[in-house]
Structure formats: structure tokens, C-alpha cells
Design a binder for this molecule. Structure first.
Ligand code: OOG
Length: 258
């Protein structure tokens, strides 16, 4: 039987993950000592610590919405994390690898909300609230040694969220499935997939996110960005690379790695 952590230990876990994120020094996995509810409570504490440093919430990100990601990490349940303004890099902007542990990049689809969504919202209201869609890159960086974790471990570590880049916003279209996705390094393919690799259709991430907002009691304010999860496995970042993601019919987003 696993023993769970008490309040003081949860606070300590949040402080150590926060400091790992700030210093780039990886920490050990919590393993069996953590359950999923406690992991989300640590994640909330991480958000509070960042807010206390002046960061502002900008949205939510989903993880493990594709088979490729689940297979790569050996985890099979959908997870949600938070995004802040300090994580955002403008399209074509630069990322220094200094202070990061072992960053990887993933091609994603981003949604933008015109109205607030929360536990009381219906699926129809959520869909109607999505006003725009964009190609996106997510940089993930596990704060655990060797990029290995259990499901509660990765939830506690804010689902490895590190940075994100949003490409040109397009008006929302309901036809998001079946579009080719290409992640490129210096113009050469590094990973390829389809938007259908995201739960069959990226729009199907929205009811799942709504269910998690009800379960964990969070709202997603108007103007928020939602990252729907990677369409391909993640690829390790290398210094000097120009990383881009093309999504058929949605455009291109890029990032310069320093
Ligand atoms: C967890 C984050 C997964 C995705 O898009 O599936 C994720 C990880 O693999 O470190 O963001």
C-alpha cells in the first residue's frame, strides 16, 4: 500500500519542483508516495508561487492526447497543466537553453477563448467560446531526472510545461481533423503526424478539458490559450536550431534555439 504525503510534505514538494524549474537542477521522482489529487494540489501551489512572483495565467495545456506521446512516455491518461505569460515566446522568437534541464519540443494546435469557461459550462458553450485556432510549439522540460515520471509525478510538475509559441491566429474552423503536421529542425523533418493523432480530432480535447475543469474546480477566463497536446512524439532541442511546425491549412510557427 502506498503512503500519501501530508500538507507540509506537499508544500515542500511544490517548493522543490519550483526551485528545479528556476535553477534547471532536476529532482527525484515522488513515485508511489503521491496520488493524482495531491499531484494537482502541488500543481496549484506551483501556480500560486509563480503568481506571487508576478506571473499571470494565460491558459491551460493538455498532455497525453496522442498515442505517440503516450507511447513515448509510457503514460496513458490525459493531463492538464497551466500556462503563464513568462512561458510565452513570440512567433519567431528565441529560447536560451541555459537554465533548462533537458528541453524537448512538440507541434501542437492552440485555441483561444472569447468567453470564460468553467465547471458549469456545457460542451456547446465551450465550443462556441473558441474564437480562434493557431499552429503552436510547446517546449516541455521535465524537472525530474532522466525525463522519467509516473502520472502523478508529471502532473505535480505542471505536466512538464516550460515555454510555448503561438503562430498566426485563424478564425475558428470546425474542420481540424486530418491535417498534416510537420515538426522541422532547420527545415528538415524531425517528426510528422496528423491533427487526427490528437484524440481523432483536436476538438475532442475540449469536452475532456471541460470534464477536468469540473473535477478540479478551475475556470478558464476569456482570452485564454488552450494547447490541445502534441500530435507527435517530442524531440530534444539542440542549440542553434531553427524549429518550426507546419499545420496544413493553418500555417507555420517557429522558434530559434540559442
Ligand atoms: C508531459 C507533457 C506531455 C503532450 O503534449 O502530450 C504533453 C511530458 O511528456 O513530459 O505536453
Amino acid at each position: 500500500m502506498s503512503t500519501t504525503l501530508n500538507e507540509a510534505q506537499l508544500e515542500h514538494a511544490a517548493a522543490s519542483l519550483d526551485s528545479a524549474q528556476l535553477t534547471g537542477q532536476a529532482v527525484e521522482q515522488f513515485g508511489d508516495s503521491l496520488d493524482l489529487d495531491q499531484a494537482y494540489s502541488i500543481q496549484n501551489q506551483l501556480l500560486e508561487l509563480r503568481r506571487n512572483r508576478g506571473e499571470r495565467s494565460t491558459g491551460r495545456k493538455l498532455g497525453f492526447t496522442s498515442e505517440a506521446k503516450m507511447a513515448q512516455m509510457g503514460v496513458s491518461e490525459l493531463i492538464v497543466g497551466f500556462l503563464t505569460d513568462a512561458m510565452e515566446i513570440s512567433d519567431g522568437g528565441s529560447l536560451s537553453l541555459k537554465g533548462l534541464v533537458h528541453p524537448r519540443v512538440e507541434p501542437e494546435i492552440a485555441f483561444r477563448l472569447s468567453t470564460s469557461i468553467g465547471p458549469e459550462s456545457t460542451e456547446e458553450q465551450f465550443l462556441a467560446a473558441v474564437e480562434a485556432v493557431a499552429p503552436a510549439l510547446e517546449v516541455i522540460d521535465s524537472r525530474y531526472q532522466n525525463f522519467r515520471f509516473s502520472l502523478p509525478d508529471v502532473v505535480a510538475d505542471n505536466t512538464s510545461a516550460c515555454r510555448y509559441v503561438i503562430g498566426p491566429w485563424q478564425p475558428m474552423t470546425p474542420k481540424l481533423a486530418g491535417r498534416a503536421v510537420a515538426l522541422k529542425f532547420d527545415g528538415a523533418p524531425a517528426a510528422e503526424g496528423s491533427t487526427s493523432d490528437i484524440l481523432g480530432d483536436p476538438l475532442l480535447t475540449l469536452p475532456r478539458l471541460l470534464a477536468m475543469s469540473a473535477k478540479y474546480g478551475f475556470t478558464i477566463p476569456a482570452g485564454s490559450v488552450i494547447l490541445a497536446g502534441a500530435a507527435t512524439a517530442a524531440v530534444a532541442l539542440t542549440p542553434g536550431a531553427l524549429v518550426s511546425a507546419d499545420i496544413e491549412g493553418l500555417g507555420t510557427v517557429s522558434l530559434n534555439v540559442e
